[in-house]
Design a protein around this ligand. Structure first.
Ligand SMILES: [Zn+2]
Length: 125
């Protein structure tokens, strides 16, 4: 069992991370209304500047490039957010800090480095 004050510390840092991740996701993606925790990267729409020398086609290519970057970013933010959310759930149901594979306690140092860790050293992936 993890001490209450430590648990509180991890909870605070996880909640902080969750709001940061949510803010970052919101800036590039929309949440799926039907599937909780699923996000979709928004297609960027760049202004076509009249005075700019770039053609519509170039603007389009830039948009696609930006969209591909967003897709990759959205995926990594989404999976991190999922891990953080799951860790917070484990805190509320009292299973936080135990390895998902063997049930042994995860080292506090490991949780400090990554409060969303699901596994101990032996079962890290
Ligand atoms: Zn384990």
């Amino acid at each position: 069992m993890i001490e209450q004050n430590l648990l509180q510390e991890f909870k605070i840092s996880l909640e902080k991370e969750r709001s940061l991740l949510t803010a970052e996701l919101t800036s590039i993606a929309d949440p799926d209304p039907k599937m909780k925790g699923d996000w979709h990267a928004r297609f960027p729409k760049f202004e076509i500047v009249e005075t700019s020398s770039s053609s519509d086609r170039e603007v389009e290519a830039d948009e696609i490039e930006e969209y591909e970057m967003r897709l990759a970013e959205e995926q990594s933010l989404e999976s991190r957010l999922l891990a953080v959310t799951k860790a917070l759930e484990r805190i509320s149901n009292g299973t936080y800090g135990s390895c998902k594979t063997c049930g042994k306690a995860i080292a506090i140092d490991r949780l400090r480095a990554n409060p969303a860790a699901e596994h101990d050293m032996a079962h890290s992936v």
